[in-house]
Design a protein around this ligand. Sequence first.
Ligand code: WT7
Length: 655
Amino acid sequence: MSNIESVLNEIRVFSPSPEFTRQANVSGMAGYEALRKAAEQDYPGFWAKLARETLLWKKPFTRSLDQSNAPFFKWFEDGELNVSYNCLDKHLATQPEKIAIIFEADDGKVSKVSYRELHGRVSQFANGLKSRGIRKGDRVIIYLPMSVEAVVAMQACARIGAIHSVVFGGFSAKSLHERIIDAQACAVITADAQMRGGKLMPLKSIVDDTLAMGGCESVHSVIVYRRAGCDVNWNDALDIWYHDLFNSQPTHCEPEWVSAEHPLFILYTSGSTGKPKGVQHSSGGYLLGTMLTMQWVFDYKPSDVFWCTADVGWVTGHSYVAYGPLAVGATQVMYEGIPTYPDAGRFWKMIQDHKVTTFYTAPTAIRSLIKLGSDLPGQYDLSSLRLLGTVGEPINPEAWMWYYNTVGQARCPIVDTWWQTETGCHMIAPLPGAVPTKPGSCTLPIPGIQVAVVDETGEEVGKKHGGSLVITKPFPSQIRTIWGDPDRFRKNYFPEEMRGYYLAGDSAHRDEDGYIWIMGRNDDVLKVSGHRLGTMEIESALVANPLVAEAAVVGRPHEIKGESIVAFVVLRGARPADPAKARQIVESLRDWVSKEIGPIAKPEEIRFGDNLPKTRSGKIMRRLLRTIANGEEITQDVSTLENPTILEQLKEAIL
Ligand code: WT7
């Protein structure tokens, strides 16, 4: 691990302008240092004060951090609150007519929802859920496109204390099935179809296929939002239209007051085994984290128009679409479609049309928009922008510079935010009116968060040395457990050798200024277009195909996607000698993975071998496969390899 070398040598530094610093919520390095010091002096007291000032409590808490059962930490546990109350009811007295959501549909149709209307719709839908017998603690799967209805569904669950688990609309029936069963969900909220890039993609039929797979007896309701108006199959015993559930209900629903530790949601994410992990988040600590980072990192002002482009199916869409912006009372833009429809100017046009001030997107989107039209931003009026952000994967300095100069017109700080599904909110990110930025670095931890770069024994490595990124102290917004698998939670995130630190799974190094540079995952997790995928998950999907005996999946650097998927496959029976036949099998396997997991997991390339490179003890040598996938010369020691001749076969791409 200690020989992970820094690959970047970036020396440009961008300080915020004096005007930005003057108006910032946290102003100058002195402001940042003051917050950090406060956290150092009295750690539980720091968070308790913020929790009292930031959240509305039905019953105040008396204890801040409880670490008696580490690593199952508890925050503000005897306090009671309701997340939906904190996001909606709170604003009714002060700004009921303020627009909460500006929704732009795939076809460009715009609808606006005020806080008063959103509160009414959430309350109605919450009453609707209760009418189906859904109660506090019940699990509800949300399988919806980007829509106001998705936010309403999430907030309505929060309102009644039901635990939602949003499944990204791009996941397959198989993935949905796995999640329904693991969560033992009682209801699925879906749509007839979703519209993306002018295309209609069915969702309800995928839910039908999922339930037909069997084992989903826990599901008693399938609630269907009519988005596209297409035909759907109907099962009277289970199915109910969203509008039918909704329209007859009163617009008042008393919130369910829950402990700060009550689970707000479960979100499945990939790990280093074949089975996704149900990351369980709390109510109080989680909401606190999203609100503080809205203030600190996004420098939120009431006049802002905030736009986070993430889908609600990912954690970014939870923290910075469904919860954070509403909790601080922001006006936000939500977009149903894709960045390239009808052309690669869509984002820039939307920023112009809605006068967006704060724009938050993924490096992969930035890279693809550079490729498809690097001069397009110049055709729109982007003068409303004041802050830019990125998330999900490292951003290469060239893309950062383009974002800074061409989109932000050298006026807007960029916040490169490092965090994870498990952390709930930003962990390492510049406070834009304080911390100078360097292209490609997520800079310094937010106040209260303490990180370190360590070796395999948990010992801190020096500056400019690579190592594992850890968070050394518990923090309010962190994962509470893996749903139904506390053992896996402990082993995965708090392995013994790490001295009680939270192990992030990323490698990183610090530069001479203490800035953090993320170097990518150091477990079997890939980041493909910012989406997190386990190599084991893709391998399990491949070996489930009757043609496949064995498979190994690795990542390969990709200009736009960050990483792409390369699979090495041993077929049952001989390797196809005929190239046309080989190509046909490759296509059928790619489609298979798409059906098993979802289109995002489709391997870019598949190669065949009579065997995989293994050590004498039978371990697949993935490092070798990565070298081969990259088309690089093999310089590693192959003397421990059981079957060295296999390497020549695997070098052959199927064209
Ligand atoms: C992994 C977490 C964070 C919400 C969306 C992704 C990578 C995330 C950055 C960044 C470099 C980053 C890490 C991390 N990552 N943000 N700013 N710079 N890498 O959440 O799907 O749970 O993935 O994304 O590898 O561990 P996620």
